[in-house]
Structures are given as structure tokens and as C-alpha cells.
Write a protein that binds this ligand. Structure first.
Ligand SMILES: [Zn+2]
Length: 326
């Protein structure tokens, strides 16, 4: 390496007319200058490569960020829409629950009325209406609730209302079944009880009990109720039953006896015509004959008897309703 410490002289001859230029440099300088130039070039190349790479990455990152930002905004908007829809649902559901609750208490009230009609004692059937409560604005008004808290509270309250209603319905079902059974029984009893007028006429010509006999003039027991009318007027079965007698005898004339069960019978005397035979099943209000003047009778009328346990009773208390037009 001795040559590095030596000095070198460069001679530059620009033109024949100009003076010669001399440059004197050390050997070290000759080595360092190219080395520096190469280093600088390498560094520059390296910097360019790295920077351009980074710039690309940055651009990509920026792009990605803007993409995810818009995606996030979209998601946020969707979520807000979903929450708004759910809030609306909860509010509607709560209103619906309150409406159903009101309807249920109305049904319970109706059931009570039905029981009253059917004459059911409260002890016979468990009353379900006790469990029905209608609360308005359930959560105490003093507390200031934020909208989302309010919504949560409303949802919780609605849930509670719905489960309470489900319980009430479970309780109501057997109670309603029992009421229905009782009503059906009541209806059946009504069907076999002689409650209707056996003729269209309301003209009572003779009542039940002791009276003066129109033939002998002496006091005698009148075993039925006489209804005045015209010959041929329709005569109706006073209740559902089976015809046990349909005959013409003296002094009853054409007469019909109907057995209604439970020891109750009705009898229709002095008929013009009999329209049913023994064994016939009749319904309350069915046409069974015509009003007449047969047997021991002083004029066209129906002699109507109600027999309970074999004893003649006053038919008057039984005449409670008009026959339903069929
Ligand atoms: Zn009579």
C-alpha cells in the first residue's frame, strides 16, 4: 500500500494554444472518490427502493382504512335500524299485551255472569278472574329512565305480562270447561222442565185447586189449569219428553200424557185431535195436538196438568216463557 501515500500528478492539455493544467492528488484520494460515488449510488438506490415500497403500502393502508370505515358506517346504520325496529316491536307488543289483558278480564267477567245464569256457586268452580290484573304504566314514574333503559324495562314488563297471562289462561281453561258443563246441564234441565205455555191462548178460564164443579155445582178439586181457545188451535209439548199416553177416554176425551223424566209429567185433555203416539219422543214446543171439546167439557178449552212425583201441582208457576217460533 505504499502507492497510497504517493502523490500522482495529472496533466490536462486542453488545446494546443492553452497552457497545460496540472493536478496533483494523493493515491488515497484516487481510491476514496470512486468508493464514495459507489456508496452514494448504492444508498440512493436503496432509499428509492425502500421509499417506493413504503409509499405503496401506505396507499394500500389508506385505501383499506377508507373501505373499512365505510363498511363500519354501513354496519352501524344497519344496527341502528335494527334497534329502532326492535324498539317499535317492543312498544307494539307491550300495547298488544295490555289489550289482551283487558280482553281477558272481560272474558273472566263474562264467565262470572255465565255462572250466575247457570246458578253455579263460586265454591263449585274455581273463579279465575281473581288472577286478572290490569296495570297501566307498570314501572314507577318517579325514576328518570334513559330511552334504552325504558325500552329494556318495557320489554321486561311485557315479558312478565305475557307469562302472567299464560298462567291465567291455564287457570281459566278448566274453569271455563266446568262452566260450560254446568251450563249444558242447566240447559238440559231447562229442556225437560215444562216452562212454556202449551197453547197460544193466555185466557185462563179456570185455575188449579178447589172450585165449583161446572157439572154438579159442588166444590171439587180442579187438577189442572183451563185455557180457553178455539177448536183446532195448536197444542204444544211443554218440554222434551216421551209420550206415555195418547188415548180417547171419558171424562178426559182425547188426551196425551208426556213423561219429561225426573218425575215430571204433563197432561193435555179434551183435545180435538191427537198428533202423537205412545213412545214418540217430543221436543219442547213440538205440535202434539189440537185444542178441542172432547170428553166431559162445556166448551173448547185445554185442560193442562203438571204432575210431579205422581202428584198434581199448580201449573201456573211453570208457565214462565212463550214458545219459541221454530
Ligand atoms: Zn179443567
Amino acid at each position: 500500500m505504499k502507492w497510497m501515500s504517493k502523490r500522482f500528478t495529472f496533466v490536462v492539455i486542453p488545446d494546443a494554444n492553452q497552457s497545460v493544467q496540472r493536478y496533483s492528488v494523493s493515491g488515497l484520494t484516487i481510491v476514496l472518490i470512486p468508493a464514495l460515488i459507489i456508496l452514494l449510488a448504492v444508498c440512493s438506490a436503496l432509499f428509492i427502493v425502500l421509499f417506493s415500497g413504503q409509499a405503496g403500502n401506505l396507499k394500500e393502508a389508506k385505501h383499506q382504512l377508507s373501505l373499512s370505515e365505510s363498511g363500519y358506517e354501513e354496519q352501524l346504520k344497519e344496527r341502528e335500524d335494527t334497534i329502532a325496529a326492535l324498539e317499535a316491536d317492543v312498544t307494539a307488543l307491550s300495547a298488544q299485551a295490555k289489550h289482551v289483558e283487558t280482553k281477558m278480564s272481560e272474558i273472566a267477567e263474562l264467565e262470572l255472569q255465565l255462572k250466575e245464569i247457570a246458578g253455579i256457586q263460586e265454591s263449585e268452580v274455581r273463579i279465575s278472574s281473581g288472577g286478572v290484573t290490569v296495570e297501566e304504566g307498570g314501572q314507577g314514574g318517579e325514576e328518570l329512565l334513559l330511552p334504552e333503559d325504558l325500552n329494556d324495562a318495557l320489554a321486561a314488563e311485557t315479558l312478565q305480562e305475557l307469562s302472567s297471562m299464560a298462567l291465567q289462561m291455564d287457570e281459566m281453561k278448566p274453569s271455563l270447561e266446568a262452566t260450560k258443563e254446568a251450563l249444558l246441564k242447566h240447559q238440559r234441565i231447562l229442556e225437560i222442565t215444562p216452562t212454556i205455555w202449551p197453547a197460544d191462548s193466555r185466557k185462563i178460564t179456570s185455575t188449579f185447586g178447589v172450585r165449583r164443579d161446572p157439572f154438579t155445582g159442588r166444590a171439587a178439586v180442579h187438577s189442572g189449569l183451563d185455557l180457553g181457545g178455539s177448536r183446532g188451535d195448536p197444542i204444544y209439548a211443554a218440554a222434551d219428553g216421551t209420550v206415555t199416553l195418547s188415548e180417547r177416554t171419558y171424562p178426559h176425551g182425547n188426551n196425551i200424557l208426556i213423561d219429561h223424566g225426573r218425575g215430571i209429567e204433563t197432561r193435555y185433555l179434551h183435545l180435538n185431535k191427537r198428533l202423537v203416539e205412545v213412545g214418540d219422543k217430543v221436543k219442547k214446543g213440538d205440535l202434539i195436538g189440537e185444542l178441542g171439546n172432547t170428553g166431559r167439557s162445556t166448551g173448547p178449552h185445554l185442560h193442562y196438568e203438571v204432575i210431579v212425583g205422581g202428584e198434581h201441582v199448580d201449573p201456573m208457576p211453570y208457565l214462565q216463557e212463550d214458545r219459541e217460533e221454530k
